[in-house]
Ligand binder design. Sequence first.
Ligand code: DC
Length: 232
Amino acid sequence: MHKITIAIDGYSSCGKSTLAKALAQELNYKYIDTGAMYRAVAWYALKNGIIDQDQNINNNLLLANLNKIDVSFEFNQHTQQSDVYLNGHNIESNIRTMEVSSIVSKISSIKEVREKMVALQRIMGEGKGFILDGRDIGTHVFPKAELKLFMTANTDIRAKRRQDEYFSKQQYFSLEEVKQSLIDRDNEDINRQENPLIQAQDAVVIDNSDISREQQLAFVLKLIEDLKLISE
Ligand code: DC
């Protein structure tokens, strides 16, 4: 079977990873969650005194520690998904918190951090049969990806989905707080200097405000078929 690279970019909490995981399962592809990699760096910074109480980042200290930060993925047989590891420790359950979310865009805007993560992503996704989601996959990491998707959804709907996700992990925030955090993160991702979030010219836009996960998956599978991207 001829395999391709699929790049999924878009705003925060648009269901990129939900779509990526479903596609990976359907096509028997490997999924790389690049946001988890930046979250792992943010977690390291939080745990190593690199960020103060006012969320100021000590850039020099972070850069001095960059070569001590080893991010990797390992398949979890129990959840049937890949977990992110920081220096050999599984930190999957630590990185999807408001604490990390509120600092990760700042961390990911640092040039050296991006260079390191992008280099790793290119190694991890080398060859075909990979689905990567993030902000700069189709524009920068794999600009030659055969299929590029750009995801968006109504901000209120995104905030509600993210709030439900926090609730399921016993993290309680008001809808307003969650919404503001999403808006702030989008703004930082769009306005940063290094590889900002922009839609690739050849990306197909998916607004999933009013469609189900199943409809979204069916739409992309049909797209792949119509574009004859995967041949036997
Ligand atoms: O996809 P996510 O919400 O887990 O990503 C966390 C943050 O990481 C996001 O706010 C921006 C950053 N990010 C990035 O800059 N580039 C990527 N390819 C993926 C994520």
